[in-house]
Design a protein around this ligand. Structure first.
Ligand code: GLN
Length: 436
């Protein structure tokens, strides 16, 4: 080997010539994310994927046809207005006005974003100063954390308490908040509170009473409320989906987040939206314009077609019934197994209590799940031995509270009934790994 510039035969390590930003050290951005670890690519090909929440079916044909039509038309192949294409903003206006009980101005109160994630990121960019605190209920959708810290914010966690042990058949409503805990989490730096209803990963649909209590705190301490309602079309058992923005006075301080991905089985489209008063939308528009400039144009047209026709086609009602049937397949499988789970009143996730799943600690686990919570190993073991993938719930907790999440695996039921029935059969294979 020829001699190298450092005078040894060992090549210089050039991998850190350009140090990356310390920002990535916060918000767990450097840890491998749970979606990548439990990606189908890492699991056996015949594993049934109930992990990451996306559908194994296409959007309705009448919506994909609208996408095709948009692709065959000149204008929607080009930049949209940063606020979003007017057809989609008009459709959002018509669809949401009755739900918000007010008129919505398409020029100043509706903003189309590149998925709900980017919309939320832009709100943080627009409103957070360095060191501002953002309250979020724990467990929380994992993306909130880096979105807050990248924008200089500090996450502050308030627990959603798991169902008391004596509750035989808990529902998502048995996960409770304690208003005094929210109050004591507030400091002079608290700027925002994130509400997520229906909730990922619990499926909790916050009650009017809970939202009224949160609203009272937001008023008292002058907080901006970000209400992530991307699962608003998936509320079951006649439970009421309450929009915190519709509570007295709350429109003025709330930004509501929506998603075409969830509504129309199109998670890869990355079309989301924000609805809020002008003085919340305007700064957020300034941020989003400089982050992405505008969002995917043809699929905005398709999302508009979806919203335009949804009510006439009874689309959301039919879809809700389909999801209720999908939920029932997994619930029956868990009942048959005799395992405890949280019956979700909304969203498409079920939390299964995996405390009793017994696995050998010397199982050949990959590096990616070692050193993480017990649930990472349990979920890996279930995927390998039972053939069903899921998401470990400690990922939705901060490190100090990860032990609470370790008791659960999250299974997504946004899959066709044949797949869920096959999973239900396989689930019975879990019996032999239960402690009692
Ligand atoms: N929202 C989806 C879920 O919770 C996907 C999240 C993601 O991939 N970042 O499963």
């Amino acid at each position: 080997m020829s001699s190298l510039s450092n005078g040894t035969s060992k090549p210089l390590d050039r991998s850190n010539l350009i140090p990356f930003s310390s920002r990535l050290r916060e918000g767990r951005a450097l840890a491998q994310d749970v979606w990548s670890i439990f990606n189908v690519a890492n699991l056996p090909a015949d594993c049934i994927n109930l992990g990451q929440g996306y559908m194994n079916f296409s959007p309705p044909k009448w919506i994909t046809e609208a996408a095709t039509e948009a692709l065959n038309t000149v204008a929607p192949n080009h930049y949209s207005h940063p606020r979003g294409r007017i057809r989609l903003r008009d459709a959002l206006k018509t669809f949401y006005e009755p739900l918000f009980g007010r008129s919505l101005d398409v020029e100043s109160e509706i903003l189309v974003t590149s998925g709900a994630n980017e919309g939320q990121y832009s709100v943080f960019t627009a409103f957070l100063e360095q060191g501002d605190e953002v309250i979020m209920f724990e467990p929380f959708f994992d993306q909130y954390l880096p979105s807050v810290t990248f924008n200089g914010g500090k996450p502050v966690y308030v627990p959603l308490h798991p169902p008391a042990a004596h509750i035989e058949n808990p529902t998502s409503d048995d996960w409770t908040i304690n208003i005094d805990e929210i109050r004591s989490a507030i400091t002079s730096r608290t700027k925002m509170i994130i509400v997520n209803t229906p909730h990922n990963p619990i499926g909790k649909v916050f009650t009017r009473k809970e939202l009224e209590a949160i609203a009272a705190i937001a008023e008292e301490f002058n907080l901006l409320v970000m209400s992530d309602e991307v699962y608003d079309c998936l509320v079951f058992d006649n439970k009421e989906h309450v929009r915190i923005a519709t509570l007295p006075g709350m429109w003025d301080r709330t930004v509501t987040v929506g998603s075409a991905g969830k509504a129309f089985a199109a998670t890869g489209w990355r079309i989301g939206w924000l609805i809020a008063p002008k003085y919340i939308i305007q700064p957020t528009l300034a941020a989003t314009t400089r982050i992405v400039f505008c969002s995917n144009s043809p699929l905005q047209e398709a999302a508009a077609a979806g919203l335009e026709q949804a009510n006439d086609r009874n689309f959301f009602e039919i879809q809700r019934a389909e999801y209720a049937e999908r939920r029932a397949i997994l619930v029956d499988a868990f009942d048959k197994l005799g395992m405890k789970y949280t019956l979700p009143e909304g969203s498409y996730f079920i939390l299964l209590d995996i405390s009793d799943v017994d696995f050998p600690e010397d199982y050949p686990f990959p590096e990616s799940v070692l050193g993480r919570g017990r649930d990472f190993r349990a979920c890996w073991f279930i995927a390998m031995e039972v053939g069903i993938s899921s998401i470990p719930v400690s990922e939705f907790y901060c490190e100090e509270h990860a032990n609470i999440g370790e008791a659960y695996a999250r299974f997504a039921f946004c899959k066709d009934t044949d797949t869920l029935k096959a999973a239900a059969d396989r689930f019975q294979g879990l019996k032999k790994f239960l402690k009692h």
